[in-house]
Each structure stands twice: as structure tokens, then as C-alpha cells.
Design a protein around this ligand. Structure first.
Ligand code: MN
Length: 259
């Protein structure tokens, strides 16, 4: 029997308890049949890591809802490589608490989950909310509403060759949005440093902290879109090769004889 409704895997890196995951899953249920496979705890900033040194436990929390003690990439591997007994039409990752802009995309577990879906030849997107302007309110309903529009657009077309999508949503009510911008990655300026502290036992410990990052203001970037209260959609791919550097490196004449 043909399965008519698209099958959508929903995952994230904030873990099963994140309201952003629930918002995304609820939105995707209006588009197709949803399976959630999510990490059993927060796994933000684990990037594309996957688990090879210990067994992974999966637990069913109900119909088509699973948690695993693995990473976001593990979740998508489960979804695409034999844990489920049906093929997927879409991987949706998020909705992340906090944006994934510029080089954030390298560290992000949210983006890595979509990347893994892409590597498994399933159309995929990651979606993240910008930081709350009042310090605590996340307008996940805004992101969820756009996720529906995007999912339907993806499922009714062919994804551009070699691309998966990274979406960032201004953290504001839907009515205040100023549109959608197709963007490139901007440049974030991290100001992290290793902060040294002393614990109550007198031992040193460290924390990666420092000042909040800023960014290079440049039109056409994901940062710029959010600044204009527009939803940012950036096509990403898996090839890090800097093609312009190949002829330059050729001119280095690296050889086994140049010791
Ligand atoms: Mn996260």
C-alpha cells in the first residue's frame, strides 16, 4: 500500500523536554506523519559527533516518539539507517533555543542533525529562534508557523542540489515579521575566552565564557536578515573545500623531496 502522507523525522539538540521540539513536531503533524527521535537530554554544541564507543539505548515514549542517549546526528542516523522500517521524506531539526548564525553552524547540534539528514539523501532543514528580546520569552509559535510553510515548499519541490537549509527566526510575534530573506552565512566575532575559577574545595576549574559575540555587519547575511526582523533561510552544503585555494597551494610545490 502506498503511504500518502509525507513522513517527517523531528529531532533537536535541546533534548526531548524542549518546548521548541514540541512546537516543531505539532507543526509538522499538520504536514505529514511525524516520528520524533530526540536526545534524552540537552546536547547543544555537540556539532556532528556520533556515538561509537558505547551502546545506544532507545526508549519509546509513545507512538512514534523515541529518546536515545545519543547525539542529534545519532538521532538522524537512527531515523535513516534502519531503526525505523520506512523511508523518510523530510528531516526537521529544532526549534532551537537561540540562533545558529554564521560560524555557529559548525558547532551546532541542531544544524548537524539537518546536515546528517542531507548526507542520507533526505531533504532537511534546521530551524532556530533568535535570542529573546525580553531575556526569556521564546516565540516558538512564530518559528513553528514558518516551519509548516517551509516543509510544504520542500515537499512539493526538489531541494536545490547539494543543499540543506538553515533557518533562523526573529523572536517576535508572527504579525511583526518583515518577510523572508534567502541569505549567506555572516561572520560572527566570538569573544569567548577560558575563564578560570576556583571551586569550594580550592581546586581550579574552567569555563568557556567571556563576552557575548558580535558580528560583522554585512548585507545579504543571516545576521542582517534577523536585524531587519526577517526570517533567514541559508542553503548549506557539506563541501568545505576552498576551491580558490587549490591553485595557490599547487604553487607551493609540496613534494616528498623538499625536506
Ligand atoms: Mn540547542
Amino acid at each position: 500500500m502506498n503511504h500518502q502522507r509525507p513522513r517527517i523525522l523531528v529531532t533537536n539538540d535541546d533534548g526531548i523536554h524542549s518546548p521548541g521540539l514540541t512546537a516543531l513536531a505539532d507543526a509538522m503533524r499538520e504536514v505529514g506523519d511525524v516520528c520524533i527521535i530526540a536526545p534524552d537530554r540537552e546536547r547543544s554544541a555537540v556539532s556532528h559527533s556520533f556515538t561509537i564507543n558505547h551502546p545506544i539505548r532507545a526508549q519509546s515514549l509513545g507512538h512514534e516518539v523515541y529518546i536515545i542517549d545519543g547525539t542529534p546526528a545519532d538521532c538522524v542516523m537512527f531515523g535513516t539507517r534502519g531503526f525505523l522500517d520506512y523511508p523518510l521524506d523530510l528531516v526537521a531539526s529544532g526549534i532551537n533555543r537561540g540562533p545558529n548564525l554564521g560560524i555557529d553552524t559548525v558547532y551546532s547540534g541542531t544544524v548537524a542533525a539537518a546536515h546528517e539528514g542531507h548526507l542520507c539523501n533526505v531533504p532537511s532543514f534546521a530551524i532556530s529562534m533568535d535570542v529573546p528580546r525580553d531575556g526569556y520569552t521564546y516565540h516558538f509559535e512564530t518559528g513553528a508557523r514558518f516551519a509548516k510553510i517551509l516543509a510544504r515548499a520542500i515537499l512539493s519541490r526538489t531541494m536545490p542540489d547539494g543543499a540543506f537549509l538553515n533557518v533562523n527566526v526573529p523572536n517576535i510575534p508572527w504579525e511583526q515579521l518583515q518577510g523572508v530573506a534567502i541569505t549567506r552565512l555572516g561572520q560572527r566575532i566570538y569573544r569567548d575566552k577560558i575563564v578560570r575559577r576556583v571551586d569550594p574545595q580550592g581546586k581550579e576549574y574552567y569555563w568557556i565564557g567571556g563576552e557575548a559575540p558580535t558580528w560583522v555587519k554585512s548585507e545579504g547575511t543571516d545576521f542582517h536578515a534577523l536585524e531587519q526582523d526577517k526570517i533567514s533561510v541559508t542553503p548549506l552544503g557539506q563541501d568545505f573545500t576552498q576551491f580558490h585555494a587549490i591553485p595557490e597551494l599547487d604553487r607551493w610545490n609540496l613534494s616528498l623531496n623538499s625536506e
